[in-house]
Design a protein around this ligand. Sequence first.
Ligand SMILES: Cc1cc2nc3c(=O)[nH]c(=O)nc-3n(C[C@H](O)[C@H](O)[C@H](O)COP(=O)(O)OP(=O)(O)OC[C@H]3O[C@@H](n4cnc5c(N)ncnc54)[C@H](O)[C@@H]3O)c2cc1C
Ligand SMILES: *[C@@H]1O[C@H](CO)[C@@H](O)[C@H](O)[C@H]1NC(C)=O
Ligand SMILES: *[C@@H]1O[C@H](CO)[C@@H](O)[C@H](O)[C@H]1NC(C)=O
Ligand SMILES: *[C@@H]1O[C@H](CO)[C@@H](O)[C@H](O)[C@H]1NC(C)=O
Ligand SMILES: *[C@@H]1O[C@H](CO)[C@@H](O)[C@H](O)[C@H]1NC(C)=O
Length: 552
Amino acid sequence: MVAKKPRIVIIGAGVAGLTAANKLYTASGSKDVFELCVVEGGSRIGGRINTSEFGGDRIEMGATWIHGIGGSPVHKIAQEIHALESEQPWECMDGSSEDPTRATTFAEGGFELNPPLVEPVSTVFKYLMDCAQGKKNLAEEAPTISASNGTPARNLSVGSFLRQGLDAYWASRKNQDEELIGYGNWTRKSLEEAVFAMHESTQRTYTSAGDLQALDYSAESEYVMFPGEEITIAKGYLSIIEALASVLPPGLIQLGRKVTRIEWRPESYDMENGYHGSSSRPVKLHFLDGSVMLADHVIVTVSLGVLKAGIQQDSGMFNPPLPCFKTEAISRLGFGVVNKLFLQLSPTSHHRISQGFNKFPFLQMAFHREDSEFRQKKIPWWMRRTASLFPIYENSSVLLSWFAGEEALELESLNDEQIINGVSATVSSFLTKSQTTDNFNSHELCNGNSFEGNCGVTFAKVLKSQWGSDPLFLGSYSYVAVGSSGDDLDKMAEPLPRFNGCESSSSSSPPLQILFAGEATHRTHYSTTHGAYFSGLREANRLLQHYSCVGV
Ligand SMILES: Cc1cc2nc3c(=O)[nH]c(=O)nc-3n(C[C@H](O)[C@H](O)[C@H](O)COP(=O)(O)OP(=O)(O)OC[C@H]3O[C@@H](n4cnc5c(N)ncnc54)[C@H](O)[C@@H]3O)c2cc1C
Ligand SMILES: *[C@@H]1O[C@H](CO)[C@@H](O)[C@H](O)[C@H]1NC(C)=O
Ligand SMILES: *[C@@H]1O[C@H](CO)[C@@H](O)[C@H](O)[C@H]1NC(C)=O
Ligand SMILES: *[C@@H]1O[C@H](CO)[C@@H](O)[C@H](O)[C@H]1NC(C)=O
Ligand SMILES: *[C@@H]1O[C@H](CO)[C@@H](O)[C@H](O)[C@H]1NC(C)=O
């Protein structure tokens, strides 16, 4: 009998899948140890990395930043392949909020806010987030703001922690808060709340938690950030993907191969069925086109959103179903929707803005509350939790906003005209000089007699990402929801069947049939490309060690 090479099938050609393939292929001396393939349901590689072009500029529809260059494997690859420089303009964000001379906060109705009004409450917000992230010890440093005297209650959310902190800040102050302060109908308190809510909106896009009340407080401090600058990749995030894939022989990655069902053999099932004989490969993959493939091991890298859908009763992606410890972790963890919206200024308005005295600012937006009588009705609800709108680099005609939660999902359902109308109405409310204030200065783009009621800023076209409705993703990235914990991320990473090899009874059920990689399987770096990278490496090494090849 000819000894068969173990067949490893990797489901998904995103960062995790391609890192695993790269590692398995290179570490096993390229060909002789395994039969290896990557099956990808979509028509491109990259997954949640989706570098595109818009208005002549290179843009990212998905992963955008290297979150801290110190120790990041993604940064290391980017350096090695010289992807950090480019002749062509890209989404480099050089006018970002880091630069206080360009970031400007406006309040709804056309009021540019002076720094003394914005900074105190921004400092409070930053302070509270530092506490939540474990960078500061709340109980020691500010027992008065402490939401719970230093010992957070079980199930405390980041959202309620933040609001308790804001209330404590207000309580600690002399209160002339409810008086008008020369910004139309805004009071100091309502303005501060709006600025606070603006920072909350940004936090929603960072975490993908549509509602910060659903984001677990205790887990927040387990998340690990790399030190150093956060940068974007000049030649595009896709260059990382291409580098990982470049060592693989043609044909190893198969596109358009959507897996619909994964049959596997935990012990009990094997006893009764033996459907393809105990000597054959234990896992059977079914594809959308009706074809099947047998494997010894599959590494599942599909998103947490796809797994959530896959464990629904009617879906039955796994047969037999995944064990409870797995489905419970999948259900409890959070997976939110974050989308990016790109808008190109029309040539006339770009010309007018860039040639004129003013530039389109790095606009930060403080909105009236949804239930405020002073809110402007022409601004659609799905714009009201958008924190900012800004050019993707200095002088670019392309503007970018980030959306999260139900607003991000709504965006996916709107047509281009509805989006342009909604954004234009918002821009005109924020950047049209209010008659009643003299707090205005150089960032004024519009004046009372605005052009076509949209203050002269017109948009030529738009492009939005659609991570929520795309069936290959069903969301953007994962977070630890209230009711879940870091333990669930570890459970996500456990291979199946569980405990095989250590149990006395087991012999008939082959080990490591289903392995799990992907950002949602990394306890401390979840939601990132480097978390996905580490997870792919982890599962490749698990198999290499199993076959006594050397992993690292
Ligand atoms: C808008 C947005 C912004 C982001 N910004 C950043 C950022 O700035 N920095 C950062 O580090 N991270 C960011 N991320 C997160 C980062 O993109 C992801 O964490 C990472 O790319 C996930 O990689 P993965 O390999 O785990 O999963 P994926 O990239 O989702 O790969 C899984 C693959 O499986 C395929 N697949 C799904 N179902 C099937 C099936 N049934 N059969 C076959 N194939 C299937 C999918 O098509 C996909 O290609 C962002 C994500 C989004 C959406
Ligand atoms: C303040 O609110 C009142 C009542 O809604 C409205 O009529 C007025 O125009 C508002 N003033 C400003 C400056 O927005
Ligand atoms: C942006 O445009 C202005 C005016 O055209 C010009 O003076 C400036 O140098 C440009 N900045 C960059 C970074 O290109
Ligand atoms: C990926 O980018 C293309 C544009 O290049 C876009 O059409 C597609 O919708 C994007 N995918 C997602 C899921 O946003
Ligand atoms: C915590 O929240 C989860 C989900 O919302 C809920 O099921 C659980 O009962 C809560 N636990 C406590 C101790 O409140």
